[in-house]
Every structure is written in structure tokens, then in C-alpha cells.
Design a protein around this ligand. Structure first.
Ligand SMILES: Nc1ncnc2c1ncn2[C@@H]1O[C@H](COP(=O)(O)OP(=O)(O)OP(=O)(O)O)[C@@H](O)[C@H]1O
Length: 768
């Protein structure tokens, strides 16, 4: 046997020579020299490790050099931009913003604190300036290459428009384009590149990033704008950020968090983040004058008809009409007749507005007092709205009007009303622009366009226009004081949108959309008394008023540990009962199993942007080959039923329903139905026929169809928007097809059943 050679200078070369000299077969050597082999292995490993270490060192040096070069380059580029006349002009305007005075103080505080709260009037410059202060400071300190700021906005339109404004102020190309340091990312749309240093995105996008990178590697600053909104995802994000700041505070790579709002409860937030400092920016650049309902009545010399839906006299019939709230509105004809005969007193009996305080209105005319006395404040007075918009159009200088309404149905109603008036006929009607979340981003952005001369732009918006955005030509804001909030419906075991009064914080934000570029005016369709004494200071946090199932699924899918422990860390934690009931529902639905473990169904539900019960129905729809009709049913159930019941026409409505069901339906529905008694299939049939009419014969025919079958046109459009939303949100094409693919291949398990894909399934269409 070959004696073992000295291992120290052992090398493959020596090994080869030894083998050659001894003329031994290789196998012999290997079998007989296990110790040598071990040394060979150790040797090769050490070579590999040394090699790797050297490479890593070079790599680190390389990255460092690269970063330094990037720091230098950014600084040089920045110096050049600062010399540009356009930039200097912009800087001049920016320097008048109240927040600019706080720049140095803010940067100083940020050096010694991980979290800061910034409060400042609407329009003082928080959203557009604070991210730039940080970016510019890092560039000037030759740290630009390391800078990575994420600024979250509650809504898509804000993220996109603010990114555009900021790149404009910096004289850069559009966000995400070559040469721009600014970018944006929202659902289904992104404009960013590898040089993006300041990213505006929605809260949902940041949460999605956290799912893949729970340490937010490389991110230096997170700015959470409009923290007062207290959305479910916003509060959820704050828990994660609080943990993350603590985790990274002991490392060399700290995370800085800035919370901003015009209407924030600063004490609550500083308390949550270990008494972090608060910066307050006082003042705004342009004044906004406010007018309350009583002032509007006076200016318009308005008389509230007693049979107007907004009159208390109409309270009972309005309630009876559409389950408590009517959005139909017609000028009171009875009133016109009676007042012409001088019989107004006959109209006002019994009802008195419970919020009417006579003393407050002593200085106002008798007519105004009468209006307020008999007003039903729960109902929006569309006649008044129409009159007010026409009044502003007729009497005030140019400038866009922004009207806040609770929802899409209300927007459609007002669009129809305005188009019917002589002031907004013809080409003017093209500048009555709806703005709500069901519109695609490109459609939403139309509100930023300028109308031709002599045409007044009127934007009819939900609360998506309430925060962060600047529509530079808006001078007049009209606020109905209402919005829709998600609330839990224990009967349906689902949450739905309910109309309610806004809070004082919302009202201030709405008012703040005027007077951003010029002095503005805000007309509030509620009394000063309501604003000062009846409105809540802040909106109730969503986490305290909706079921927590969605949040529990997110806790699990982001691997954040025990649901209850996590949620109890919220800034205002939900009750333990609410958490327990959400968890129990998730077990019942089959989304959780064992120790709060997500089932395959749970994983899919966590990715669907709908209520879990609706989500499960959609997934089963995909499995059993009837996703299309199920999608319509899901949209109706999560919004509202489309049938309207005019007074004394109940029988006609029932007849129309029978007609909708009895007329020939397509085979896919008939095969599921078996009979024609299903309320859900009635909805499918109504939607299919309406959609077909709209596509083939246009909007007028679709409207006629709605009239004939007692359907609400606005609800039908809303349903179309909802269906598109689910289809657009990659769940339809990707998620369902992924589910179906797995189901098809592996007979995938959903809860306790094993299912296979129906041969006629629309999902098979997507996977083939
Ligand atoms: N797109 C724009 N066009 C013209 N001016 C703009 C635009 N965006 C912002 N500004 C100007 O910058 C000012 C500050 O806007 P910014 O959005 O930063 O204020 P903010 O304090 O964040 O307000 P808010 O609390 O309402 O979000 C505005 O009042 C306006 O004068």
C-alpha cells in the first residue's frame, strides 16, 4: 500500500505525479487513501472559501466604489439642475410654502430620531416637499446613491399625481423615465427604474413588498402620508413599521419613518411611537372662505319644497322607497302649486328637524329658518346642489368646481341632472367629470386637464379626491358632508358600504382642495352647527368597525405570527372578541386549519380583493365552470341589488322580474338553474341583458332597458365597474387560472373536498 504522503503541501499535481510514479490504478488509490481524500476535500474547500471571500471583498469594494461614483454623479447632476432657470423659478414658488421654513429643523430631528410626526394645514407642502427635503439633503451630503425613500398614499390617483408634480418641480423627465429619480407604483401601473430614489406608492403596494422582503432591505425612509385616514391597511402597516423600526434601530442601517397629515391626532401617534417629536407647520398660502348651508340658502334665496326628498315631510315615503334612502330626486311639484296659492302652511305639519336650533339662526331670513326647520339632513338635496352649481357658474369668476358626493350612484344622478340643465348642455357637458375609484387611472387623470376657454370644469368626486391631490384650477369646493364607509352587516355576515356623515377632519381635507393655487371658496351643504357640534372630530378607525377576517389572512400570509398577539399591537387595537370571531369564521370557511395555519383556500382568499365569503364563492365558481355568472352575483351581493320600487308599482316590478327570468337565457345559466326561481340567477340575467344592450345599442338603449325592467342604471354601471375591477386585479386571469391549473393537475384540495375542473370552465380557457 502506498504510504500516505505528507498532507501539508498536498496538491492535485502531487497527487497526479504520485499516481503516475506508482503506476497504480486510480480506483486503487481512492479506495486505499481515504485520509488523503479527506485532505484533498478540505484543501479544495479552503481554496473555494478563500476564493469566495476574496470575491466578496472585491464585490463589497466594487459596490462601495459604485455607490461612491453614484453619489458623486447624483451630486454633480443635482448641481446642474439647480442652475436651471426653470428650477430656480419653481424653487421660488416652493419657498413660499409654510413647510419650507421647517426644512432644517426637520432634517436635524430626523438625524437623531427614527420616527417623526408632521402636522400642517392642507396645502402647506407636506406631500410634495418633505420627500424632496430628505432626497436633496442626502444628495448634497454625497449619500444620494444610498437614498431609497418610499412615500405611501392612500389612493392611486394621489400617488401618480404627486409623483408627476414632484418630478416637475425637480425639472426631471416624467416619473420612472430615464433621468428621473422619482417614480410611482400603484395596482396595475408602475413607472419606476433602477435609479428611482423616491417612490410614491399606495399602502397596498408597500404591504405587498413586505411580503417578499420583510426587512425592507435598502429602504432608508418610509413616509406615510395622510395617517389620519386610519384605513385597515394603514393601521396594519403602522404595526409592521413599529416592529421594523425597533428591529433596525440596533443596526447600522436604520429605518426612518415620517408620519404626515393635516388633521392628525398627534398625541395618539407620538404615544404609539415612544413619544417621537412632532413638527407643526403653521399657515397656508391662499385663504379659503367657507359658507355653510344657512349661508347658501340666503345667497340663493332658496326655498325647500315640502315634497322634496330632502324635506322632512317626505321622510316616510322616502324611507319606504329604497330601503331607507332615496337617491331619486325631483323638484317638489306639489309645493310649487300650493305655494302659488299661498298655502305653504299646509305643507309643513308635524315634522321638525331634530337638529334645528332656532337661536342659532336669529340673524337669518324667515325662508332660511323654515328650510332648516323642515329639512331632513340625512338626504342630499340635489335640487339645491344643481342650483348652487349653476349659481357659481353664473356669478363667480372662472375656476373649476369640485363637488364631493358619497358614491358612484350619487355622482351619476348629479351628472344626469346637470346635463339636463341649460348651463351644461352641449360641449359643456363633456367637462362634467366623474372621479371615483372604479375608474381606470387614465380616466381619473382627466380631471387634471384644462377645459377650453369659457367652459367650466365640474368634477363630481367621491372621497378619493379628499386628500393629497392638487387639481390646480379648482377654486370652488362643494361638500355634501357625506361619504360611504365600510360597515359590518351581521345579517349578511359581510361588510358593505353605508352612507354616513364625514368627520371634521374629512371636512377640513375637502375644504383644503380649494385655495391651493389661488384663494378659494368652500360651500358646505350642512349647517355650521352640524360641523361644530355634531360631527365627530375624526373618523372611526376602520379596524374598529369592520370584521377582521381580511387582516387575519394578511397576518398569516405575511408570516407575522399569532394573529391575536399581532393585532393587539395596533395603535387602537380591536377588541379580543372581534379578533376571536374573525378567526372562528376563517376556520368555518376553511381558510384556517390546525394552529391558525392557512389552508390552500386561505392562501387564495388572502390574494383576492373581496370579502372572504364572496372570494370562496368565486373560487368555487372557477372550479365548477361558472365563474362568469358567479362574478356578476358576487358584484351585486357585495354592492347592492339593482331593482328600484317606485311607489305603487311593486306588482309591475315583479312582472318585470318574471319577464327577465322567463326570456331565453343562455345555456350556461339554464344548465345551472334547473328552474327559474333563483334570485341570484335573476341578477345574472338582468346584468347579461343590460350589458348586451349597452354594447350593441349604446347608452340610451341601456337606459331605456333599465326603465323598462325597473333597474337602477347607476347600480348597473357600478356593477360593471366592480366586475372589471375583479377581472383587472390579476385574480381573474392569474389567480383563478393558477388555482384551476393546480386543480386540474393534482385534484387540488379545497377545504375537505377534492374537486376537478369542469370541462366547460372559463378558467380552462385561461390556462390553455
Ligand atoms: N399639480 C400642482 N399644480 C400646481 N401647484 C401644485 C400642484 N401640486 C402642488 N402644488 C402646490 O404645492 C402646494 C403644496 O401641495 P402639497 O400637496 O405638498 O400640500 P400638502 O401639505 O401635502 O397638502 P394636503 O395635506 O392637502 O395633502 C399646493 O398648495 C399648491 O400650491
Amino acid at each position: 500500500m502506498l504510504p500516505c504522503p505528507c498532507p501539508a503541501p498536498f496538491s492535485p499535481l502531487i497527487l497526479g505525479i504520485a499516481l503516475h510514479q506508482e503506476n497504480l490504478p486510480l480506483s486503487n488509490f481512492f479506495f486505499n487513501n481515504s485520509i488523503s481524500l479527506l485532505f484533498l476535500f478540505v484543501f479544495l474547500c479552503s481554496i473555494f472559501i478563500i476564493n469566495l471571500t476574496i470575491r466578496i471583498i472585491f464585490c463589497v469594494i466594487d459596490v462601495k466604489k459604485h455607490k461612491e461614483a453614484e453619489n458623486r454623479l447624483l451630486q454633480e447632476e443635482w448641481e446642474n439642475i439647480k442652475m436651471m432657470p426653470k428650477y430656480m423659478e419653481m424653487l421660488q414658488t416652493r419657498s413660499t410654502l409654510p413647510i419650507t421654513r421647517m426644512r432644517n429643523h426637520l432634517l436635524q430631528l430626523l438625524k437623531i430620531n427614527d420616527v417623526i410626526v408632521i402636522c400642517g394645514e392642507t396645502g402647506c407642502g407636506k406631500t410634495t416637499q418633505v420627500p424632496q427635503f430628505i432626497l436633496d439633503d442626502m444628495i448634497e451630503s454625497r449619500l444620494g446613491g444610498h437614498c431609497n425613500i418610499i412615500c405611501t398614499q392612500p389612493r392611486r390617483i394621489a400617488a401618480i399625481s404627486v409623483a408627476e408634480r414632484v418630478s416637475d418641480e425637480r425639472c426631471e423627465p416624467s416619473p420612472g423615465h430615464h433621468g428621473s429619480l422619482v417614480g410611482f407604483q400603484v395596482r396595475l401601473e408602475s413607472s419606476r427604474n433602477e435609479r428611482t430614489k423616491l417612490l410614491f406608492c399606495t399602502t397596498g403596494i408597500l404591504l405587498r413588498r413586505l411580503a417578499g422582503d420583510n426587512n425592507l432591505e435598502g429602504v432608508t425612509h418610509i413616509i406615510v402620508d395622510e395617517v389620519h385616514e386610519r384605513t385597515l391597511l394603514g393601521d396594519f402597516l403602522l404595526i409592521i413599521l413599529k416592529n421594523l423600526v425597533e428591529r433596525r434601530s440596533n443596526t447600522s442601517f436604520k429605518l426612518k419613518v415620517i408620519l404626515m397629515s393635516a388633521t392628525v391626532d398627534a398625541n395618539l401617534f407620538t404615544g404609539y411611537f415612544n413619544n417621537c417629536p412632532v413638527i407643526t407647520a403653521e399657515g397656508r398660502i391662499h385663504p379659503v372662505s367657507s359658507f355653510f348651508l344657512e349661508d347658501i340658502y340666503e345667497r340663493l334665496n332658496y326655498s325647500l319644497p315640502s315634497d322634496s326628498p330632502a324635506s322632512g315631510k317626505n321622510l316616510t315615503s322616502a324611507r319606504g322607497k329604497h330601503g331607507g334612502r332615496s337617491i331619486d330626486n325631483h323638484r317638489g311639484k306639489k309645493n310649487l302649486v300650493l305655494s302659488a296659492w299661498g298655502d305653504e302652511s299646509l305643507l309643513h305639519q308635524d315634522y321638525i328637524n331634530p337638529y334645528y336650533v332656532a337661536d342659532v339662526y336669529e340673524a337669518y331670513s324667515k325662508k332660511t329658518c323654515q328650510n332648516l326647520k323642515f329639512l331632513n339632513e340625512d338626504i342630499i338635496d340635489y335640487d339645491l346642489l344643481e342650483d348652487l352649481i349653476c349659481f357659481v357658474d353664473e356669478n363667480y369668476p372662472s375656476g373649476a368646481i369640485l363637488v364631493f358626493l358619497p358614491g358612484v350612484a350619487e355622482i351619476s344622478l348629479l351628472v344626469d341632472k346637470l346635463i339636463a340643465t341649460y348651463r351644461f348642455r352641449g360641449s359643456s357637458s363633456e367637462w362634467i367629470l366623474p372621479l371615483h375609484s372604479s375608474l381606470a387611472s387614465a380616466e381619473q387623470r382627466q380631471v387634471f386637464l384644462s377645459p377650453p376657454q369659457n367652459i367650466r370644469k365640474v368634477i363630481l368626486a367621491t372621497d378619493i379626491a379628499e386628500t393629497s391631490i392638487t387639481i390646480d384650477d379648482v377654486i370652488y369646493v362643494i361638500d355634501t358632508g357625506k361619504h360611504k364607509e365600510k360597515r359590518y352587516n351581521p345579517q349578511k355576515k359581510m361588510s358593505s358600504m353605508v352612507e354616513d356623515w364625514i368627520s371634521q377632519a374629512n371636512a377640513k381635507q375637502r375644504r383644503g382642495r380649494a385655495g391651493r393655487v389661488n384663494p378659494g371658496m368652500c360651500f358646505c351643504l350642512y349647517t355650521r352647527h352640524r360641523f361644530e357640534s355634531l360631527m365627530r372630530l375624526f373618523q372611526m378607525p376602520e379596524i374598529l368597525r369592520v370584521p377582521l377576517t381580511e387582516l387575519c389572512l394578511q397576518v398569516k400570509s405575511l408570516l407575522l405570527g399569532d394573529v391575536k398577539t399581532f393585532l393587539l399591537k395596533a395603535i387602537e387595537p380591536p377588541s379580543e372578541d372581534a379578533i376571536a370571531s374573525a378567526i372562528s369564521l376563517l376556520y368555518e370557511v376553511g381558510a384556517f386549519e390546525g394552529e391558525e395555519k392557512l389552508t390552500p383556500l386561505g392562501h387564495h382568499l388572502a390574494k383576492l380583493p373581496v370579502d372572504i365569503l364572496i372570494g370562496k364563492m368565486l373560487l368555487y365558481g372557477a372550479i365548477f365552470g361558472c365563474l362568469s355568472p358567479i362574478l356578476s352575483i358576487a358584484a351585486f351581493l357585495s354592492y347592492k341589488l339593482p331593482f328600484v320600487y317606485p311607489k305603487d308599482e311593486k306588482q309591475n316590478v315583479e312582472r318585470a322580474k318574471m319577464l327577465l327570468m322567463s326570456e331565453k337565457m343562455d345555456t350556461s345559466i339554464n344548465s345551472i338553474a334547473g328552474n327559474n326561481d333563483s334570485d341570484h340567477l335573476l341578477l345574472v340575467s338582468a346584468y347579461k341583458k343590460w350589458y348586451k344592450t349597452l354594447n350593441e345599442n349604446g347608452t340610451k338603449a341601456a337606459q331605456q332597458f333599465c326603465r323598462s325592467y325597473f333597474l337602477s342604471s347607476s347600480v348597473m354601471y357600478m356593477i360593471r365597474g366592480k366586475i372589471n375591477y375583479i377581472k383587472m386585479g390579476n385574480c381573474y386571469q392569474q389567480k383563478f387560472s393558477q388555482t384551476a391549473l393546480r386543480l386540474a393537475k393534482f385534484s387540488y384540495r379545497i377545504t375537505n373536498t377534492t374537486a376537478s375542473v369542469h370541462s366547460g370552465s372559463v378558467v380552462l380557457y385561461f390556462i390553455t
